[in-house]
Design a binder for this molecule. Structure first.
Ligand code: C2O
Ligand code: CU
Length: 457
């Protein structure tokens, strides 16, 4: 059973569909202007939402290029706050990673910063603000970064679906409670409206048996999304930008904040019916994006073959060196033994006064020294121990990693969801020199302490 989605609890019936595929990529600007703007996020009939956007677009303009080529963008900051851009998932030159305090200074209002880097891997990536991201990303500062394979796979159409989560009031304005203590200490800023490519109701007309490549990006600040397909037969081709060795049937799947999946889907719904990307929430399924089937069909293809693999480091067995990564704190558990914050041991009460609710290995916020140092090419295993009552989405910058499974290593990822009470062990090869953040991508958790860094020398 798939229900119509409702908005702001109003139960408003929605008929409006946004028809038509994604417009052909416009001329790529060499500037990326971050500025206040407005966007029609809620359905027609609601007011526009004041947002912060790149180039006045929600999501920001799709940056699309070929594997091995260069991204060149001048960030122009016309926001009232300093900002920076992180190119999520790109195994990037450290100086271009966009982390204020670690790889660059935040770009003040009125100033500019030139980003220029090579994209080594083909895949689905994204870019987003990395300064006050719990607020700036919640206001809209994010967009897709698509790196094409040198030979394009056999599909009829390709679309990027960029999922954002907004917390709107009755006039469709963003609620200004960014960084609220309750959000930061619980599951983060969970919104009340998801959009796909900035639109509430997204429909793409298709023909029966067409094969689509869908690049799905969870750009929510804090929300985990639970997804499935109806009227579509799907395969997972890549996770977090990295192709799987063999495509897997899609089934139902989970995307934590910052995770991506590349799906190939064959339209199996009948003409007059629709395929649906279903979002599951509290036992109901909602159409996050729909694919109405128009007349005409094409011959079915055989199941897809794998995408060409990216050149990843040699990591086939679990490394021996192990470094703990223990997540603590948050509502329900707290930090009864306190934690170190900015070089000082603080009590839980003083941590709360400093807006810190989470710690990694007993440290809230950025430690002075890295959690671990790797020599170029050295591998490490990190048991990610979630000793809290909430899930966390742990993201490493500049590197992908593999989960250490029972008898094999899992797929390459840059973000992994660790449920409460769970330990997920990952293996990472430090092959990219520099200082790299590793943090929870629930951005309110990151802001409230759950972040640290490592160094590759
Ligand atoms: Cu998507 Cu630290 O970033
Ligand atoms: Cu978290």
């Amino acid at each position: 059973m798939i229900c119509r989605r409702t908005l702001l609890g109003s139960g408003l019936a929605l008929g409006a569909s946004v028809l038509g595929g994604r417009a052909a990529a416009a001329e790529e600007p060499l500037r990326l202007r971050a500025a206040p703007s407005r966007a029609q996020l809620a359905p027609n009939g609601y007011p526009e939402t004041p947002v912060w956007a790149y180039d006045n677009k929600i999501p920001g303009p799709e940056i699309r290029l070929r594997q091995g080529t260069r991204v060149v963008r001048r960030l122009v900051n016309e926001l009232p706050q300093p900002t920076s851009i992180h190119w999520h998932g790109v195994r990037i030159d450290n100086a271009m990673d966009g982390v204020p305090g670690l790889t660059q200074d935040a770009v003040p209002p009125g100033a500019e910063f030139d980003y220029e880097f090579t994209v080594p891997d083909a895949g689905t990536f994204w870019y987003h603000t990395h300064n006050r991201s719990w607020e700036q990303l919640a206001r809209g500062l994010a967009g897709p970064l698509i790196v094409e394979e040198t030979t394009s796979p056999d599909v009829d159409a390709e679309l990027t679906l960029f999922v954002s989560d907004w917390r709107l009031d009755q006039s469709a304005a963003l609620t200004e409670d960014f960084g609220a203590m309750h959000d930061q200490s619980h599951q983060g800023r969970i919104g009340n409206m998801l959009t796909v490519n900035g639109a509430f109701d997204r429909a793409t007309p298709v023909r029966r048996h067409q094969r689509l490549r869908i690049r799905l990006i969870n750009a929510a600040t804090d929300r985990v999304i639970y997804l499935g397909l109806a009227g579509l037969e799907g395969w997972v081709l890549a996770l977090d930008g990295m192709p799987l060795e063999a495509p897997q049937p899609a089934g139902n799947f989970v995307l934590s904040p910052a995770q991506r999946v590349d799906l190939f889907v064959d339209v199996t719904a009948e003409s007059g019916d629709e395929g649906v990307l279903v979002q599951y929430e509290r036992g109901s399924g909602y159409a996050l994006a729909s694919f109405p089937v128009t007349d005409g069909s094409r011959a079915r293809r055989p199941a897809p073959v794998a995408l060409p693999l990216n050149a990843m480091p040699d990591l086939r067995v679990a490394p021996t060196r192990s470094v703990d990564f223990r997540m603590e704190g948050g509502a329900m558990r707290g930090l009864p033994n306190g934690a170190v914050f900015e070089g000082q041991k603080l009590s839980m009460r003083d941590l709360m006064l400093a807006g810190q609710f989470w710690a990694t290995n007993g440290v809230a916020g950025m430690p002075d020294s890295p959690l671990f140092i790797l020599h170029q090419g050295e591998a490490v295993r990190l048991p990610l121990v979630n000793d809290t009552a909430f899930p966390h989405a742990i993201h490493a910058h500049g590197h992908h990693f593999r989960e250490i499974g029972e008898d094999a290593l899992g797929p390459w990822r840059d973000t992994i969801l660790v449920d409460p009470g769970e330990t997920r062990e990952i293996a990472l090869v430090g092959d990219n020199p520099g200082n790299w953040l590793i943090h929870c991508h629930m951005l309110n958790h990151q802001a409230a302490g759950m972040k640290t860094w490592f160094q590759v020398s």
